[in-house]
Ligand binder design. Sequence first.
Ligand code: SF4
Length: 578
Amino acid sequence: MFLPTTPAEVRERGWQRLDIILVTGDSYIDSPHIGAAVIGRVLSNAGYRVGIIAQPDIRSDSDILRLGLPRLFWGITAGSVDSMVANYTALGKRRQKDDYTPGGENNRRPDRAVIAYANLIRRYAKSTVPIVLGGIEASLRRISHYDAWTNRIRRSILFDARADILVYGMGEQTVLALAAALDEQTDYRTLRGLCYIAPQPITDYLILPAHLTVAGDPQAFTQMFHVFYRNNDPVSASGLCQQQDTRWLVQNPPAFPPTTEELDAVYELPYTHAQHPFYETQGSVRALDTIRFALTTHRGCYGECHFCAIAVHQGRRVYGRSEGSLIREARRMAAHPQFKGIISDLGGPTANMYGFECAHKLEKGACPQKRCLYPKVCPHLPVDHGHLRRLMQKMRRIPGIRKIFVASGLRPDLIFADRKSGDLYLEELIRHHVSGQLKIAPEHSEPHVLARMGKPAIEACTLFRQRFYQITHAAGLDQFLSYYLMAAYPGCTQQDMQRLRHYTRTKLQAAPEQIQIFTPTPSTYGALMYHTEQDPFDDMPLFVEKDRRKKLRQKEEILPGRTPFKPVRKAWSRKKKN
Ligand code: SF4
């Protein structure tokens, strides 16, 4: 049964009033892959009366008031993607399609959805209960941040939305504790994973440079970002304070990740894996094609790629579900009337990070000056693909499951770092879990661009390709590799794209079509570099392509149909010949 989204459903339950109303920029898709559904289910499971309003009309009160006023709080999320990323391409064009909107047309999610929904509530609800922000848009915009769409540093979204509380990261634990505190009228301001507004800074918390300072000074913004980024580990992080106007943003340390049992419980709540019928009548959502029968093994990522927001939103610590929970979910999927025998993904932010973690990180927090995978896989990370192999083998034996695909991205460097099980895993993956094509994301070939992306050297990709086709041919399979590449990343020039083109044609023997132009996602190192035009790790000036036509030209350099790139001979070698 879905959570209520219409007054009739509230009445059917015999409820006079809801405790919490969640407002989301996605359609109401009841799936463990959708944040609003997860938060709604977790709260409901704890006994709260929760309703969900999806994609409300922001020009009238017809949607926002249809469930009445909540007793405890309003919860707002922009949805699964930052609304500006969802609404605009990297070149600033309005997107036509939205996979999370009924019918697929991008006509329901307002720009800066979190702010738009908070304004909507204040305008019509005249509510006295707190407005609580959550989800990825709020999480990435919780302190002063670079906003590529206005090309300026914006203050915390908590201030711009004029909301009361912001829950950052993966928020189940924090939201539950917050609901209890509001219900019991106790002080919520000490809860982990939460930001709020205060008249003065908090003793013992680190003071970040003020918003006004970082808005006008790229060096101060860089310093602020380093401190913000390093204080993101639940074991070692300090609380942070930043003056935004006359008031202060307070960020408490991050919430501790859930235990395996707690995470299992979140994923085993009674999701219907469908769109609520109220929205289904308006059209189907494309997102369900990929998430309805997909299994999440873990959260978090060791990678910390500088263009990606996962490290800031989900954290550097990887924590997973138990084998038993995943198998139970797979069995439930197999019994679903619409299941056709195929699990579309067994993965997480990166597929092959399940089942191992660094003991030092668990005890003392992530190293502030070192990275787990860059420039090489850290010897302290006990990489072991054995757990994943066992899981895949057990899953394949479940009656009713014909195929289990791995659609999440992979880290080839981790596979090669695992001497014991890496190649066995690869063999198993390639023989049984590829849906015709397997995607990997080298992103680039040039060492200086990869270094600024925080990505490993390209050799791991070349080696992976070689091994992939060896195993594929030996197994007599007809399947291929596809590659995600990126254009116009800070530091990348047209010549770098020519070299990337040369690499793809000669070493990969492919003409990749999946090339994205870099989007400066808020609160990433990539966005910091884009804004400051400086490498934040060595303070060296950085070329950054900001001209839209030239960004497009970088992308087009790689697309099939271009004339082959001939590397320019160096002057000295010509002289030598003469
Ligand atoms: S010791 Fe290595 S694996 Fe562990 S947190 Fe530090 S960099 Fe990461």
